[in-house]
Design a protein around this ligand. Sequence first.
Ligand code: BGC
Length: 235
Amino acid sequence: MVEDNGSVRTLSVDIGGSGVKAMVLDIAGKPLTERARLETPQPAKPEVVINAIVVLAAAQGDFHRVSVGFPGVVRCGVTETAVNLHPDWIGCDLATTLSKQLNKPVRVINDADMQGLGAIAGKGVELVVTLGTGFGSALFIDGKLVPNMEMGHHQFRKGETYEEQLRRAALEQIGEKKWNRRLEKAIASLQHLFNYDYLYIGGGEAVKVNMHLPLNVKLIPNVTGLLGGIALWKD
Ligand code: BGC
């Protein structure tokens, strides 16, 4: 770490099923670089995705530490699921591997959890969902994260999960109008389940949300996923 804490720069990385994104944040969490993006290499095995991060990192200039949002369950830097990437991720020590490659400390959490950290107000029950290749979810109570909630893989309707009904592939299949109706039902169902004070909707497909939203439901820009990276170093 550099001596002057004020100049500590964090490389924030968001691994998605279709794109790997990165940007550098200052100590206050403000972007210092433009968001850079590479297509997620396919098949999305650890080695090639980690390589994509290294390529993105090299183009981002100087940084001192790295935050990563990963699309699966993450415990102590190890990825435990990766439904939209590749089974080889199960049991992969992403934090240690990337840290060795970049020669910097690395912290990794679930991508929806990281997006939530960039969005929440820190009061009451706050739920975050992300709409993209998959369906991400994150739950916070007075700003404290309940990690790895994985609502996406639970039953929603017609024998299908939230993810099966609302992921990008479903949107492409049924069109925006029907997808928005499904989403409206999902919002109602999640409200009944969590009785949240606030719901934040992010992810790449949040721009397709087209409905009247209750006052306590907010759309958040996809870059929030990267901005949340600063919160990984709060303690
Ligand atoms: C994964 C979640 C992730 C979400 C969005 C789901 O398939 O299980 O961990 O947050 O996709 O990427």
